[in-house]
Design a protein around this ligand. Structure first.
Ligand code: SF4
Length: 346
């Protein structure tokens, strides 16, 4: 063909329809390919017996089927499975598959490293290497679905792995389009959550362009504490962030999830909980409290159980929905960035 092969998982259905026509095929072929890629999650074009041999050869030489490759997996005692993927340039990223029957949640990465430097996050200590391409985002889900096997479908996707997804919106938005397309995976928008530290302009675009769930990593209810934990707060302080949350377009049944990592003596006091109540008073919200999972390279501790429960109680007494999310896969360092960071440094 003389041209560089394309990464086929970069293309949403409409773009794939255009591409198949450029190689002389009819547009409906794109739907067939989409079903093979994302419904059957094929590992090789040879599995597509309804495509002619000549077309399969064109696909073999004209496209790259895989954008990431599994280089390691690790299982936790609670059945959480962590995947380390190598990209074509040798970079490593990680994803996690979390069984919580009847749910099976895939937590995916959107960047290699991250530029935002949140102090409680190991990925933040790595800096940003680069954004992932759409195919590299989508292929994480494909590999995890292949690993789960035909009798177990992934039910939910959360963008809470390495990186800030809204810093990579040009790749994220087509990836969401592919994941929700009913011809392939067909994930409902209710089953996909994009988590952000609060990049305000990009949040507005996400809300305009897709109906997926939004999670905001809040982690502090006052600017001083948040400035210390999350440098992004200096650019988009809480007043600006909360205004963006209030303006976020949401169907009436949806709420924004606010993630709040509980760090001992940093943001876990009763007055922090009361501030959080005031901050969220005018937003349709639910709160995920995440007791910190200690790591030798991070300077924080987990609060006591009493502190955690007392924090939750203050929120609940103010009629906020507040759940405590136990860290899954703690024994395999499933918190964001931890396994890939270990592999990079070993
Ligand atoms: S918490 Fe998210 S946004 Fe912050 S440094 Fe880690 S990966 Fe980046």
């Amino acid at each position: 063909m003389g041209q560089e092969p394309i990464f086929i998982k970069d293309l949403p259905l409409e773009a794939l329809e255009t591409w198949v026509q450029t190689i002389g095929e009819r547009p409906f072929r794109a739907r067939q390919i989409f079903r093979h890629l994302y419904h059957r999650v094929i590992r090789s074009w040879d599995e597509c017996s309804d495509l002619s041999k000549a077309f399969r050869t064109q696909l073999e030489y004209g496209t790259r089927l895989h954008a990431v490759e599994v280089v390691a997996t690790e299982d936790a005692a609670d059945d959480t499975r962590k995947f380390v993927f190598r990209l074509r340039d040798g970079s490593l990223i990680e994803s996690v598959l979390i069984p919580d029957p009847p749910r099976l949640t895939a937590c995916v990465s959107s960047q290699v490293g991250c530029a935002l430097g949140c102090r409680f996050c190991l990925t933040g200590t790595m800096g940003l290497t680069r954004h992932l391409a759409t195919a590299e985002i989508v292929d994480q889900v494909v590999h995890m679905q292949q690993d789960a096997g035909p009798g177990r479908r992934i039910t939910n996707i959360v963008f809470m792995g390495m990186g800030e997804p809204l810093a990579n919106e040009e790749a994220l938005l087509p990836a969401l389009n592919i994941l929700m397309d009913p011809t392939g995976f067909g994930f409902s928008h209710r089953r996909i959550t994009v988590s952000t530290v609060g990049l305000v302009p990009q949040m507005a675009r996400l809300g305009r362009e897709t109906p997926v769930n939004l999670a905001v990593s809040l982690h502090a209810a006052d600017d001083d504490t948040r400035n210390r934990l999350m440098p992004i707060n200096r650019k988009y302080p809480l007043a600006v962030l909360m205004e963006a949350c209030r303006a976020y377009p949401m169907p009436s049944r949806k709420r924004i999830t606010f993630e709040y990592i509980l760090l001992k003596d940093v943001n876990d006091r009763p007055e922090d909980a009361r501030r959080l109540v005031r901050l969220l008073a005018s937003v349709r919200s639910k709160v995920n409290l995440i007791p910190f999972n200690p790591h030798p390279n991070l300077p924080f501790e987990r609060p006591s159980e009493e502190r955690i429960l007392a924090f939750q109680e203050i929120l609940q007494n103010a009629h906020l929905t507040a759940t405590i999310r136990q860290s899954r896969g703690a024994d395999i360092r499933a918190a964001c960035g931890q396994l890939a960071a270990r592999m990079v440094s070993s």
